[in-house]
Ligand binder design. Structure first.
Ligand SMILES: NC(=O)c1ccc[n+]([C@@H]2O[C@H](COP(=O)([O-])OP(=O)(O)OC[C@H]3O[C@@H](n4cnc5c(N)ncnc54)[C@H](O)[C@@H]3O)[C@@H](O)[C@H]2O)c1
Length: 355
């Protein structure tokens, strides 16, 4: 029988398999992919929890399993999206590369140590499988438009500031305190320096990491990174003051139970300023807005019709179809190293202050 129109459409779409089907898969990626059905088809959902895998798979008419090997062995999975907890990311990225998939989208952070990152770099180079890390702001059309507006600011900026104000979010707090269990139903015990250090680590790897690849565009080198200030903010949040490559970097986050959330990156030089205002995580409400001011003139770009989550998937489609370049693995490793150096510096700063 000649193929129907529907099967023609399906065969031209890129098959996606999810490893981990928690909130990020359900509330971020599936809604993004539901707007890109001309490009992608979710073919397989794997989760260690069989009920979650089956329930999520049934929403998109995909196969389900509890085994990574089964998903990787499924020929209808061409791109693997890794949305499991952080500690599994590196091994799953490596397995997906070795399975010869067309691309891997790994949620941030794609590794939690420099050793893991180095191993990923070598497997990616050996297998040639492109890796996209889900730092969604880097794929936001508002940010991509800012890159075209900012003239010489990356060379001249002296101060880079990222400020995040979010509604209360126990997910960050839980990750931040997984090293030491938080008191049942309470906030972390910030009298313990280990809890402070763990909270700051969770803040960097869970939240600040979204923007560190963007910050790095204005920070030429960071081998000299110094942590001048590293504090927790109650009930949850952080303030970091860093110096690196001759730049001052301020990173702050706080939860605040009042409307409205705010997520802003600013880069300031002697005669120009960039301000990018992002939409909050999980929200699919169009792109960031970029404002670039120089010589008394402000140019504005955005908002555009989609955000960085959808931008990630559009980029993957371009990579798979050979129309766009894959991110450079070396840059991904440097982004992660920047995060890890900040975590290590913050820990040392907190433990020193406690003596
Ligand atoms: N890009 C963003 O805006 C954003 C926002 C929040 C979280 N994240 C990242 O996304 C990832 C997932 O976040 P989440 O909130 O959905 O996490 P979660 O821990 O709530 O859910 C992850 C799911 O993975 C499953 N799982 C556990 N071990 C697994 C394994 N070995 N293999 C496969 N599945 C496994 C769990 O059963 C769960 O259903 C995290 O790395 C997180 O940092 C990204």
């Amino acid at each position: 029988m000649p193929p129907t129109k529907r099967s023609d459409e399906i065969s031209s779409r890129i098959g996606v398999g999810f490893l981990g089907a928690g909130p990020v898969t359900q509330a971020i990626h599936l809604p993004s992919l539901s707007r890109l059905t001309d490009l992608f088809e979710v073919t397989h959902v794997m989760d260690v929890d069989a009920d979650v895998a089956a329930a999520v798979a049934s929403r998109v008419d995909a196969a389900s399993s509890t085994s990574m090997d089964q998903l990787l062995g499924d020929p209808r999975v061409e791109v693997v999206a890794i949305c499991s907890p952080h500690k599994f990311h590196a091994a799953q990225v490596i397995a997906a590369c070795r399975a010869g998939k067309k691309a891997v989208l790994c949620e941030k952070p794609f590794a939690v140590s420099a050793e893991e990152a180095a191993e990923i770099a070598s497997v990616s180079a050996e297998t040639g499988v492109p890796i996209v890390v889900g730092a969604m702001h880097a794929f936001d059309p508002g940010w991509l438009a800012a890159e075209k507006l900012w003239e010489t600011l990356p060379e001249t900026a002296h101060t880079i500031r990222v400020s995040v104000v979010l509604p209360p979010n126990a997910r960050f707090e839980d990750f931040a305190t997984e090293v030491i269990a938080r008191p049942a139903g309470g906030w972390p015990d910030y009298s313990d320096p280990e809890v402070i250090a763990a909270t700051l680590e969770g803040g960097v790897l869970g939240l600040a990491i979204h923007d560190l690849p963007l910050v790095r565009r204005f920070v030429p080198t960071f081998d000299d990174l110094q942590v001048l200030r590293a504090e927790v903010v109650r009930p949850w949040g952080y303030v970091f003051l860093l110096r690196a490559g001759g730049r001052t970097i301020e990173l702050s986050a706080s939860v605040n139970a009042t409307w409205k959330p705010d997520w802003t990156l600013e880069a300031t030089g002697p005669d120009s300023t960039l301000r990018v205002t992002f939409t909050p995580s999980y929200v699919q409400a169009g792109s960031a807005v970029a404002e670039f001011t120089a010589g008394g003139l402000t140019k504005v770009a955005g908002p555009f019709d989609h955000n960085g989550y959808e931008g990630e998937w559009r980029r993957i489609a371009g990579i798979v179809h050979g129309t766009e370049e894959a991110p450079e693995a070396g840059a991904l490793i440097e982004d992660l190293r920047f995060a890890l150096v900040t975590v290590d510096g913050a820990r040392a700063h907190v433990l020193e202050a406690a003596v």
